[in-house]
Write a protein of this length. Structure first.
Length: 229
């Protein structure tokens, strides 16, 4: 299935928005957020500090009378400059373009399976600035196989699971982790759709360089085609 057809397939899987964090938080409590260099607020605090990020996110939610801030697909972010894990020597090779949607909310908020699926893999990605505890689900729908990635979870989310465990759409697969385990970020879910896992296990690139972006745009379509936030 070519990219346009797969994107259309994703968009038709549900007529209504799909929630991937606690369903008791209504969509009226969601607010979009931008954390690219265009957001001038980011120059007012230390973006290398998880504590400063948490204060900023909490204030943003409070100001907007919201419980979840979301966004970020293909957003170019300076945030990753704080970590050698994402840095390379040239601007073209620097990984700073975000390939998923982030949903910022309180630590320990439930994380839900986006669709029926089974665990493909899971792992504690403990590099500074990485995903922390991560679960990847495999989905097979209408003869299409694809994957959904849930990053920045609690350690307990990956303690009592195994490859092949099945989850129904909307069932809890984990919880949002705090900064001490989630890669040093304010609590949030990194949610990403992946067509081809390329033999990765428990991990997949969530940030691209300019050089590799054309490939990743095809392999990691906009999650909002499915979520409809």
């Amino acid at each position: 299935m070519n990219t346009n057809d797969f994107n259309h397939f994703l968009s038709t899987l549900s007529e209504n928005p799909i929630q991937v964090i606690d369903k008791t938080i209504g969509l009226e409590s969601y607010v979009p957020i931008e954390i690219s260099a265009n957001n001038k607020d980011l120059s007012n605090f230390d973006i290398s500090s998880a504590e400063a990020w948490e204060i900023y996110i909490n204030n943003y939610l409070s100001k907007n009378n919201a419980e979840v801030a979301y966004g970020g697909y293909l957003e170019k972010r300076n945030l990753y400059d704080r970590s050698d894990y994402f840095m390379n020597q040239t601007e073209e090779n620097k990984r700073n373009i975000h390939l998923g949607i982030d949903l910022w909310s309180e630590a320990n908020t439930k994380v839900l399976a986006v669709l029926d699926g089974e665990i493909h893999s899971f792992k504690y990605n403990d590099n500074y600035g990485d995903y922390g505890p991560t679960i990847i689900l495999k989905h097979k729908i209408e003869n299409q196989i694809f994957y959904s990635l849930y990053g920045h979870l609690t350690l307990s989310s990956i303690e009592n699971i195994k490859v092949g465990d099945k989850f129904k759409q909307g069932s809890a697969i984990g919880f949002l982790g705090s900064s001490d385990v989630n890669g040093e970020y304010a609590p949030h879910l990194h949610f990403q759709i992946i067509r081809n896992m390329q033999e990765n296990f428990g991990d997949y690139a969530g940030v691209s360089s300019v050089k590799d972006l054309d490939f990743y745009k095809e392999n990691c379509p906009n999650p909002n085609l499915l979520l409809k936030l």
